[in-house]
Design a protein around this ligand. Structure first.
Ligand code: FES
Length: 248
């Protein structure tokens, strides 16, 4: 049957664009991305929106919906109040190309800076055995769909362009942590995680963890363990322990 008419405000233009108001039909069971597609089909064919799977798995459709960083294909219309205006903005931490599409190349540049998996050359092919605990740890991190919502929400770089050069963001600090904890990886990533990737900027506010659509415990399972490893390496263990229990 016929749906209801809802008010949408959608960012149009580049970084200096503006919100434009639309009245648009919404049907039962739809998500925000469906409504954006209806706007494209009926009112504004040039609306730029990036998407691919419509199943929460490709990580393409990230945006900010009523101020919350979310995947638009997983944002059910039924979760908004019946008369609530839905405001859709591009992610704030990355430059806007047009409308809802951002230039996320910062993330690809940071990914390339991480030294790749470095197995022990002494281990013969087929000899390496990985413990189940280690498998499960990296499997959690491998659930990442690279939607970059964690990067977008991180206060270190959100509104702080000047920190981008020295900070890789939660997604890539998690990758460093994954490799550091990998039993067969021989590279020591502790100093570079601090000096090159900016681990010290993170003060564990857990904003990244809260927005992760895969519910990866980025802060507790990747960033905090990495911080503990860095602390253990950087300082004399007794001094570090003293600081932990407030003695110094
Ligand atoms: Fe793939 Fe939303 S379209 S995650």
């Amino acid at each position: 049957g016929k749906g209801t008419t809802r008010t949408f405000r959608v960012w149009r233009g580049g970084g200096d664009g503006e919100l434009t108001t639309y009245e648009v039909e919404v049907n039962e069971g739809e998500v925000v991305l469906d409504v954006l597609h209806r706007l494209q089909a009926t009112q504004t064919p040039d609306l730029a929106v990036r998407w691919n799977c419509k199943a929460g798995k490709c990580g393409s459709c990230s945006m900010e919906i009523n101020g919350r960083p979310r995947l638009s294909c997983m944002a059910r219309m039924s979760t908004f109040a019946p008369d609530e205006t839905v405001t859709v903005m591009p992610m704030r931490t990355f430059p806007v190309i047009r409308d809802l599409v951002c230039d996320v190349s910062y993330n690809y540049a940071k990914a390339r800076e991480i030294p790749s998996f470095t197995p022990d050359p002494a281990t013969a092919p087929g000899d390496f055995r990985m413990g189940q605990e280690d498998v499960q740890r990296s499997q959690e991190f491998r659930k990442c769909i690279e939607c970059f919502l964690c990067q977008n929400v991180c206060h270190v770089i959100r509104d702080h362009e000047e920190n981008k050069e020295n900070f890789s963001g939660p997604r890539f600090l998690m990758r460093v942590s994954e490799l550091e904890m990998h039993p067969e990886d021989t590279a020591d990533r502790r100093m570079i995680s601090q000096d090159e990737f900016g681990l010290g900027y993170c003060n564990i506010t857990k904003c990244c963890t809260e927005v992760c659509p895969e519910n990866i415990q980025i802060t507790d399972n990747a960033l905090i363990p990495m911080k503990e490893r860095v602390a253990g390496r950087r300082y004399d263990p007794l001094v570090w322990l003293g600081s932990k229990i407030g003695l110094r």
